[in-house]
Ligand binder design. Structure first.
Ligand SMILES: Cc1ncc(COP(=O)(O)O)c(C=O)c1O
Length: 371
């Protein structure tokens, strides 16, 4: 199988897997227990927290471990908005966020009377001028992803953070697709909440974190006092330690890894059949390519590639199993039904080889024709 669906999930690294097994077998105490095994587990939990905090240049008590990106997004947005609604009922996000952000905003609108502005990309960009125009005195929270999961587009989070230095609104960044590819330092960027998910950077599935700089963020899950009362439930210690290991590994020599991925991208684009082209959506991470393939319907193409042993996707993993059009491509290219129905996502990792990419382009040529 040639795996070109790394934006959906990545293969766990062998180092992360090994430490996960070791924690399960040797350090299986509950971090809340007072005996020796509990203290031992607590030590691993503390080390993982310090390690992740170190990469973000924040303090360890600002890291909340969660079950992944979806939970971190829910926790930051829902909890902050509900407990601060007396300060303002206006929220800003973008039309191209992941469903784990958009659905929370829909809930806040429908059930709690918030007004939400969804920034639309224009001419392939989410523009900072548009953000400036919609920011209001009563804006309570802004949520903008660092990089989009269907196109790899980079959003202007640094500029938004700078503008918000002069404004009381809190700033949440979904950095799920960014994390592990390049460093990010939320405090330098004026970010109050930042979401990360281990399975996007060669860690295990079902574990993530939220960087939280706000005091008294109310837990959405009720129970024990774990995670400094921000998230009840026994911590997933094997997953958390594996996540910290995977983040260390991903950020080690990240420039070299990105250079490799950039080379893969250039080769892929240079070898595409003539009729296939890249959906241009402004500056992008090199790992994700949204390709428009006019000759053949998306579902049929995905099936033929699958039969040929190549895994790519029709959009984000959450909608890939459905026939729903991509809300991201729709936002970038409104009214272009042809493009919405004919775009696929190819996503690379530092482990993808040049041969994988060339096999993909050759197979694509066989399926749709073209030299
Ligand atoms: C941008 C983005 N945010 C959030 C998520 C959700 O993360 P998780 O799968 O860890 O719940 C994803 C996963 O596809 C994503 O790509």
């Amino acid at each position: 199988m040639i795996y070109l669906d790394n934006a959906a999930t990545t293969k766990i690294s062998s180092t992360a897997l090994a430490i996960m097994v070791e924690i399960m077998q040797e350090h299986y105490g509950n971090p809340s227990s007072t005996h020796g095994l509990g203290r031992d587990a607590r030590k691993y939990l503390r080390q993982a927290r310090e390690s992740i905090a170190g990469h973000l240049k924040v303090s360890a008590d600002q890291i909340i471990f969660t079950s992944g990106g979806t939970e971190s997004n829910n926790l930051a947005i829902l909890s902050y908005a509900l407990s601060h609604q007396h300060q303002g009922k206006h929220l800003i996000t973008t039309a191209i966020e992941h469903h784990s952000v958009l659905e929370v905003f829909h809930k806040l609108e429908k059930e709690h009377g918030f007004e939400v502005t969804y920034l639309q990309p224009k001419d392939g960009h989410c523009r900072i001028e548009d953000f400036r125009t919609v920011l209001r005195e009563d804006t309570l929270l802004v949520s903008m992803m660092a990089a989009n999961n269907e196109t790899g587009s980079l959003l202007p989070i640094a500029q938004v953070g700078q503008i918000l230095q002069e404004h009381p609104a809190a700033f949440h960044v979904d950095a799920v697709q960014w994390m592990g590819k390049r460093p990010i330092h939320p405090q330098e960027l004026g970010i109050d909440f930042l979401t990360g998910s281990a399975h996007k950077f060669h860690g295990p599935k079902g574990v993530g974190f939220l960087y939280n700089s706000m005091p008294k963020l109310k837990s959405l899950i009720l129970g024990g006092t774990q995670e400094n009362k921000h998230r009840a439930g026994t911590e997933n210690l094997p997953g958390i330690v594996a996540m910290a290991t995977a983040l260390d590994e991903s950020l080690e020599n990240w420039e070299k890894k990105e250079e490799h991925v950039q080379e893969l991208r250039t080769t892929l684009l240079a070898n595409l059949p003539e009729s296939v082209f890249l959906n241009e959506t402004g500056p992008q991470l090199p790992h994700v390519l949204s390709l428009m393939i006019p000759q053949v319907g998306k579902d049929s193409l995905l099936m033929q590639l699958d039969l040929a042993g190549i895994a790519v996707s029709g959009g984000s993993a959450c909608t890939a199993g459905t026939l729903e059009p991509s809300h991201v491509i729709e936002a970038y290219y409104p009214d272009q039904t042809e493009r919405i129905n004919h775009s696929i996502r190819v996503s690379l990792s530092d482990e993808t080889s040049l041969e994988d990419v060339l096999t993909f382009t050759q197979t694509l040529k066989k399926i749709i024709g073209g030299s």
